[in-house]
Design a protein around this ligand. Structure first.
Ligand code: NAP
Ligand code: G4F
Length: 335
């Protein structure tokens, strides 16, 4: 029988990659999006799945909406990817972030519980929960120390997911995913800001990219690899939580160097650092994941690592401006 999956946050980066993955596996995919003033299904079109999924309306702020939708669809699996996912914004909108990223998850969990706990549930937990990391690398047993309203809201929903599993015997799991990027990454996140900015510099549209703290380190993987792990987590015999990461970390400076290097430019000439509006009130200095459990139990491992990820993102952003890598390299020689 065809399996039914409900993906919240369908318009986001992971929503696009996960829906592509599930459609290929033969799932009937329902993609939940919230009402906005203009349609924002561009990632789904870009990846070519818009026609293969059914879009449904759902906002994590509204429990009646969540209940009606889940009752009607009767999904086998729910992937909760919806969130206010930008850490910087969570300092400006801590209450909204807590409501959507924290209580919003409880709204889904309560709905599933009230319906007899049938659909399997995946929660998009995050390495941001490790925050001021208490040990390195971080695994499933590392104590949490979130440093942002986003990280704190996500920690609440992480523990709620654990609690519904233990208290109500639900198949509720979390993937503790480290940063994962792609050509579909939001342009406010640092990797995409750099790859897109670099393409704009090559086209002489801008002269510099303004960034914040270049010393922070992240364990960056490719979103296309990570959605495979997400699906795998719900296919296990027992519900559990897994750290998903590459096991390598690099600084923001490393990313800028590598991205500019792709076209032969020296990043130092084109990046302004420590721009105050991009500095975090409480920074997460370094994240590095240990995915031994996922490698062993899920038989999962990342395929795209740092250098290839940089190249993929730079090439894609150049292409968005109708530039090939060779053309960009020629232009770069004159900059
Ligand atoms: P993203 O691109 O920012 O997508 C977030 C999605 O959530 C969007 O579809 C957004 O809709 C939706 N959303 C926001 N508020 C909502 C609300 N009130 N009701 C319903 N939907 C709402 O994020 P992503 O990178 O794909 O990440 C997916 C999930 O994984 C998020 O929960 C994120 O926190 C988590 N995560 C991400 C990473 C990472 O490195 N990417 C790492 C760990 C965990 P709009 O398009 O309408 O804004
Ligand atoms: O790209 P970022 O905004 O990602 P951040 O804060 O690590 O959060 C992302 O990963 C989390 C997983 O750990 C997810 F849960 C979350 O949803 C999101 O996807 O910033 C990365 C680092 C930070 O240390 C930031 O201070 O880059 C530093 N940075 C330096 N200059 C900048 C900038 N970040 C942004 N966004 N913009 C800058 O100009």
């Amino acid at each position: 029988m065809t399996k039914k999956a409900l993906i919240t946050g369908i318009t986001g980066q992971d929503g696009a990659y996960l829906s592509e993955f599930l459609v290929k596996k033969g799932y009937k995919v329902y993609g939940a999006l919230r009402r906005t003033s203009s349609t924002n299904t561009s990632r789904l079109s870009y990846i070519g799945v818009l026609g293969d999924i059914e879009l449904v309306s759902m906002d994590l702020a509204e429990i009646t909406n969540i209940q009606r939708l889940i009752e009607r669809i009767e999904p086998d699996e729910i992937y909760n990817l919806a969130a206010q996912s930008f850490v910087q914004t969570s300092y400006e909108q801590p209450i909204f972030t807590s409501d959507i990223d924290g209580i919003g998850v409880t709204r889904i969990l309560e709905t599933v519980r009230n319906l007899g706990g049938k659909p399997k549930f995946y929660q998009a937990s995050t390495s941001e929960m490790f925050g001021q990391a208490q040990q390195s690398p971080q695994n499933e047993n590392t104590p949490f120390y979130p440093r942002s309203p986003y990280g704190i809201a996500k920690l609440y929903s992480h523990w709620m997911t654990v609690n519904y599993r233990e208290a109500w015997n639900m198949f509720a799991c979390s993937g503790i995913l480290f940063n994962h990027e792609s050509p579909l990454r939001g342009t406010e996140f640092v990797t995409r800001k750099i790859s897109q900015g670099m393409a704009q510099i090559a086209l002489k549209k801008i002269k510099k990219i303004n960034l914040g703290n270049l010393n922070a380190e992240r364990d960056w993987g490719f979103a296309g690899d990570y959605v495979e792990a997400i699906w795998n987590i719900l296919q296990q015999d027992k519900p559990d939580d897994f750290v998903i990461s590459t096991g390598e970390n690099y600084s923001i400076e490393d990313f800028a160097r590598e991205a500019f290097n792709v076209v032969g430019l020296d990043w130092k000439k084109f990046v302004k650092s420590n721009v105050s509006r991009y500095l975090r009130p409480s920074e997460v200095p370094s994240l590095l994941g240990d995915s031994s459990k996922a490698i062993k139990q899920l038989k999962w491992k990342p395929k795209v690592l740092f250098k290839d990820l940089c190249l993929m993102m730079v090439e894609s952003d150049l292409k968005n401006f109708n530039l090939t890598l060779d053309e960009a390299k020629k232009i770069a020689k004159k900059l």
